[in-house]
Design a protein around this ligand. Structure first.
Ligand code: ISL
Length: 524
């Protein structure tokens, strides 16, 4: 509705640039490819794009290892093309959110090079965490979080060894990131996605985790001092015209601690990972929806709903498995893709009907599944290497988008793609799905159109309706209801309602299992 900040109810589409569309012909997606496909995104009906990192990078972690925060990697294009993308997106009424990576730089960043050259005790080393000896912290990507340099000192990296953690106690670090935020705000971006937002500050003295770390007092995550950074970032952002926003990548499981990031003078929104992690079970989903609403209520921040991103197993695959783990741990967990797709369709309607904002990861709207059979030698995620192949890594959710045609590269670009696409994706190309009114793409387009027109949807409140076991049913005012059947049996729709949209056909007037309905409530 009028007057409400756009980001409170926005549908935001994650563009994973290297896998979206290839304009240059090198097999990697880029800004030229994205610019050519902006009409597709406008047509889809999303409000904003979040672009994964596009900065100069040696690409050890697909760009989450930044060597220059003020320029575009040549793999993706130029700064002039980034400017053009921002202005063309705005012409298409799409806002642009960029990814900021403040926890660590690349080991090729001039600061880290200077720190290596400066040697032990040099002021350049103080911008990172150098020590005589490591502590017991593990890297998130496997192995220890410490690497030794030739002069004998060790540096901290919570992720890959090519991603040294910055020391956020250092005034240079604070000043530099405020300057980087201004650089991109001045170029017209509408917001920032903050990478690993809860990890920036580490406990004094970098104490060991010990045998049973206290989950409420971790030395490497969610330190109380981190909030001061976001208070100053918020002031900076608010000094710019227009409604710009932050979305934090916050993996803090305690709802009260999570909510602290969403105080009115900190971040506008954060990704809802507890929802992403939930298996396709009504009771679990209901509980996570309730705790989400409870944790967002006090701060007044809108919730977000996320099904997939570039770090997790695609939800069509997750929902088609009995083990619903969200990380790519093991090799050959089978998935029933027909079941996962049916549930994915219902989940799309569920997330788009819940109060707040919704995130789509590119390919969600096509029903893409996790690609499990990428040959080991083609895998690029450092997770695969650091765990010696024990973990599959995240390449399977990063496979290039199939646009059109009967064979790979499916119009992604002229030649071979940086990761191989499954030939079966010929049924899932944009072109094939545009022709099919029952396709996932058609469902997303219709749902996003209704969501944009319907005053009840987006920001606001919801009320649970009484429903049978394993059924989620709720209303949004005025006059909108959503029913999701997670049971094994068909169910009746609530009385005095008219169907607006279904994720699957009714059977004899009943809503089948793993199917969702959007309904208009009215008089009998
Ligand atoms: O700790 C986690 C979950 O409990 C991880 O998911 C972790 O927070 C996540 O992997 C962080 O991801 C982000 O930063 C990484 C990068 O590789 C990811 O792609 C990015 O989304 C390092 O920059």
């Amino acid at each position: 509705g009028g007057g409400v900040s756009w980001w409170r109810g926005a549908a935001i589409y994650q563009v994973y640039l290297r896998s979206f569309a290839d304009g240059s012909g090198d097999g990697v997606g880029d800004l030229a490819g994205l610019r050519a496909r902006l009409p597709y995104l406008r047509e889809l009906g999303v409000d904003a794009l979040w672009l994964s990192p596009w900065y100069v990078s040696p690409m050890a972690d697909a760009g989450y290892d930044v060597a220059d925060y003020r320029d575009i990697d040549p793999l993706f294009g130029t700064l002039a093309e980034a400017d053009a993308l921002i202005s063309e997106a705005h012409d298409h009424r799409l806002r642009v959110i960029v990814d900021i990576v403040p926890n660590h730089t690349s080991d090729r960043h001039p600061w880290f090079r200077a720190a290596l050259a400066g040697g032990p005790g040099s002021p350049e080393r103080e911008r990172y965490h150098f020590r005589d000896a490591p502590n017991d912290w593990p890297s998130r990507f496997g192995g220890p979080a410490w690497t030794r340099v030739p002069d004998g000192e060790w540096y901290l990296h919570l992720f890959d060894s090519s991603q040294p953690d910055l020391n956020w106690e250092h005034p240079d670090v604070r000043a530099e990131f405020e300057s980087i935020l201004r650089f991109w705000l001045d170029r017209g971006v509408d917001g920032f996605r903050i990478d690993v937002a809860d990890r920036l500050v580490k406990a004094d003295g970098l104490p060991d985790l010990g045998p049973g770390p206290d989950p409420m007092d971790l030395p490497h995550a969610d330190r109380p001092e981190v909030h001061e950074i976001y208070r100053s970032w918020r002031k900076l952002l608010d000094s710019y015209p227009g409604e710009r926003m932050f979305v934090g990548e916050i993996w803090v499981s305690d709802p009260a601690r999570f909510a602290l990031y969403l105080r009115p003078d900190e971040l506008h929104t954060a990704f809802n990972f507890p929802f992403l992690r939930s298996p396709w079970e009504a009771d679990r989903l209901r509980a996570v929806i309730d705790s989400t609403l409870a944790s967002h209520g006090p701060a007044g921040a809108p919730p977000t709903w996320v099904l997939s991103n570039h770090d997790v197993t695609r939800h069509v695959t997750r929902y088609g498995r009995s083990d619903t783990g969200y990380t790519q741990r093991t090799r050959d967990e089978p998935a029933d893709l027909a079941l996962g797709t049916r549930r994915g369709r219902a989940a799309a309607l569920l997330t788009m009907a819940l109060p707040g904002g919704v995130y789509l990861y590119q390919g969600d709207e096509l029903g893409l599944w996790e690609v499990l059979d990428i040959p080991a030698e083609l895998r690029q995620d450092p997770v695969t290497r650091r765990t010696n192949g024990a973990e599959l890594g995240r390449d399977g959710c990063r496979v290039p988008i199939p646009w059109e045609g009967a064979d790979p590269p499916f119009g992604f670009g002229p030649g071979r793609t940086w990761l191989p696409q499954p030939p079966e994706w010929r049924a899932l190309t944009v072109a094939a799905q545009e022709r099919d009114p029952d396709s996932m793409l058609s469902l997303y387009r219709t749902a996003l159109r209704i969501r944009g027109d319907e005053p009840a949807l987006g920001d606001g409140t919801m009320t649970w309706l009484p429903a049978g076991p394993d059924v989620l049913a709720f209303t949004r005012d005025p006059g909108f209801a959503c029913v999701v059947n997670l049971s094994r049996a068909p169910i009746e729709l609530p009385p005095h309602t008219r169907v607006l949209l279904l994720s699957g056909d009714l059977a004899h007037g009943l809503l089948p299992p793993d199917t969702a309905a959007w309904l208009q409530q009215g008089e009998p």
